[in-house]
Design a protein around this ligand. Structure first.
Ligand code: UD1
Length: 419
């Protein structure tokens, strides 16, 4: 298993190009199941989760070829409707094939994802929505069996805001008969990016980016070949900006989308960062010790749970006490226990983490438990005294493209060790 060896204490500076968003690329890849039309996707990040999705799509009959960050996809000949456990268990987002497969082929058999390190993460709302759209859904032997000759549009009110749930139901509804209204839809920019891709394919969707999506079903999405550019990754952007903040450096992120990061930038400013931005770049300079910040995570446009761990790392070295409440996932504080091993003063009380800033963190052997937890350990290690060895970095490879090369170019001393 690969490890990162990081020697901390250097202020990072320079420019970093942000990759395409993992959480936009995954649903958009799943959405190619809806069409016989050849699709070209650009700005696709090279990540383990993307390879997993491509493996899953290949098993269903989708052909693809890639060059750098461009992917050509041909889903004209589907030969299977099965998403097997072996793939789904390595990536929960595999559930995203359920809606499009069912809508295109009339059936889908998808392994239940089960829980993961950050919580139970059920998919009941995905299934409830599909049933309301007229599907027969059964769970048997760990698999979801869904069937529907033709889905029928209806009004769906989601009990809870769910990102992949909204995406799955929107993808199912584009080929349903009649109009579907999704109320309490997730407003995450990645949901809007998927909607824009579907519209380019010929879908009729209005209310994009709002909590009410209206979808007028069409017979098929088979027009001219489509090319689509995946939006920039706002979480990768936020992570690099936090790297500047925690090391007292200056980093400019380019090829990004500043307005998708409003809540994160607000908090970084509160921590004392100077931030300037243009239409597709953000630069952060941190001249003094950060101030501790308090926040709670919330669906977009609130503070993203996927940036919670990184800002907790910042609080560890800040002046004062920061209180973080996690409202989206029940068990998303695993990184706090590892950060403590580096000298952080964090007390956990249920869904709240109280972090008292310390003067110094010390390098230590630590272990990554999930994707964003590993990012927070990398950030802490970059600012810590001495050497940190981070184990289980396969988590970080799921969601950050060549992070060690990007960080090294900014001045970090970081090495990947193969074992
Ligand atoms: C997506 C993102 C993930 C991010 C999360 C929250 C992708 C591929 N992943 O995950 O990076 O951290 O949004 O912004 O885009 N829930 C239910 N029943 C359901 C569905 C969800 O109870 O059927 C609950 C979940 O357990 C969780 C909350 O709703 O507590 C929000 O989860 P959801 O938005 O669905 O997260 P994901 O789409 O899995």
């Amino acid at each position: 298993m690969d490890k990162f060896l990081i020697r901390g204490g250097r202020a990072l500076s320079g420019e970093v190009k942000i990759s395409g968003a993992k959480n936009a690329a995954l649903p958009i890849l799943a959405a190619t199941l809806l069409t016989e039309t050849p699709v070209t996707l650009t700005n696709v990040p090279e990540l383990r989760d993307i390879s997993t999705m491509l493996k899953l799509l290949s098993g269903l009959g989708v052909e693809h070829c890639s060059q750098d960050s461009t992917l050509q996809i041909d889903a004209s000949q589907l030969r299977s409707s099965l998403a097997p456990y072996e793939l789904v268990r390595t990536m929960r987002a595999s559930i995203l094939v359920l809606g499009p497969l069912l809508a295109r082929t009339g059936q889908a058999v998808v392994s239940l994802p089960g829980g993961c390190a950050i919580g139970a993460r059920p998919v009941d709302l995905h299934l409830k929505g599909l049933v309301a759209l007229g599907a027969e859904v059964e769970v048997q032997g760990g698999y979801i069996h869904a069937r529907a000759k033709k889905l029928k549009g209806c009004r769906l009110v989601l009990d809870q805001i769910t990102v992949t749930g909204t995406e799955n139901l929107m993808m199912a509804a584009v080929l349903a008969q009649g109009r579907t209204i999704i109320e309490n839809a997730a407003r995450e920019p990645e949901v809007a990016d998927l909607a824009r891709f579907l519209i380019k394919l010929g879908a009729h969707i209005s209310g994009v980016g709002t909590e009410t999506l209206e979808i007028e079903g069409v017979e098929a999405l088979d027009g001219d070949p489509v090319e689509y550019e995946i939006m920039p990754d706002r979480i990768e952007t936020g992570t690099f900006l936090t790297a500047a903040a925690i090391t007292g450096g200056r980093i400019r992120t380019t090829h990004t989308c500043p307005h998708t990061l409003d809540a994160v930038l607000e908090k970084l400013k509160e921590a004392g960062a100077e931030i300037s931005q243009g239409s597709d770049w953000i630069e952060l300079t941190q001249r003094s010790r950060p101030q501790a910040i308090s926040f709670h995570t919330a669906p977009y446009p609130g503070f993203p749970t996927d940036m919670q761990a990184q800002l907790m790392a910042l609080n560890c070295l800040a002046h004062g006490v920061g209180i973080i409440t996690e409202t989206i996932f029940e068990n998303r504080f695993m990184h706090a226990l590892e950060l403590r091993r580096m000298g952080a003063d964090i007390t956990l009380e249920g869904h709240t983490a109280i972090c008292k800033g310390v003067d110094k963190l010390q390098g230590a052997p630590v272990c990554a438990s999930d994707l964003r937890a590993s990012a927070s350990l990398v950030l802490a290690a970059l600012a810590a005294e001495g050497e940190t060895v981070i184990d289980r970095i396969y988590h970080i490879d799921r969601g950050y493209e060549r992070i060690e090369a990007k960080l090294a170019r900014l001045g970090a001393i970081i090495e990947r060790v193969h074992e």
